[in-house]
Design a protein around this ligand. Structure first.
Ligand code: GRF
Length: 194
């Protein structure tokens, strides 16, 4: 199985996913694509010998459909079986989601269904929650709303800031996403809870 990974930034989740797809793992990374030309994850992917591509949304002046057409052709040139969104910060239209229906995953830094959208750690702290975490879900037309395939939980400590909490969650993302992907590529959608 071939996995295309979409990023917008440092790509630490992409690195974890790529590093997990070795040996008897039934999948391999076939592409790392970023919507941001200088994304740090692109260099990491190249260093790992993975093909990279950039489709800069700024080249399409707000024409979301044209951007997604370019995205789809850049991705499909590598014929992936699965799309893994990993720190990809563009909202995708139903057209794109339908094209990859049933084979696109995302990782979100909250215990969904709580805190869809942005600033998830700050919101959990302000709500006085005792725990936070991350979720891997199938991507559907509802933002951060698809079936949850796995979650990892961490405690929120009294003196936590969004940054200290993010730093506690991120390593759990790096454990969760590969565990979910390993099952997903063989059609196993039993939930992973770490
Ligand atoms: C992570 O918190 C991830 O949950 C979110 O983007 C952040 C950065 O991810 N989607 P990465 O280091 O670029 O993988």
């Amino acid at each position: 199985k071939k996995v295309a990974i979409l990023i917008s930034g440092g790509g630490s989740n992409m690195v974890s996913l790529a590093n997990s797809m070795v040996g008897d793992h039934p999948a391999r990374p076939c592409l790392v694509l970023s919507n941001v030309p200088g994304a740090g994850g692109l260099n990491k992917a190249s260093d790992m010998g993975i093909a990279t591509a950039v489709v800069d949304h700024k080249d399409f002046k707000g024409d979301r459909e044209a951007f997604e057409e370019a995205l789809i052709s850049a991705i499909d040139a590598h014929a992936p079986d699965i799309i893994a969104l990993a720190g990809f910060m563009r909202i995708l239209t139903p057209r794109f989601i339908t094209h990859y229906a049933g084979r696109m995953l995302n990782i979100h830094p909250s215990l969904l269904p709580k805190y869809k959208g942005l600033h998830t750690h700050q919101r959990a702290i302000e709500a006085g929650d005792s725990e936070a975490g991350c979720s891997v879900h199938e991507v559907t037309a509802e933002l951060d709303g698809g079936p949850i395939l796995g979650q990892a939980r961490v405690p929120i400590l009294p003196d936590d800031t969004a940054d200290t909490l993010a730093a506690r969650v991120l390593p759990r993302e790096h454990a969760l996403y590969p565990a979910v992907l390993r099952r997903f590529v063989v059609g196993d959608i039993t939930r992973v809870d770490l």
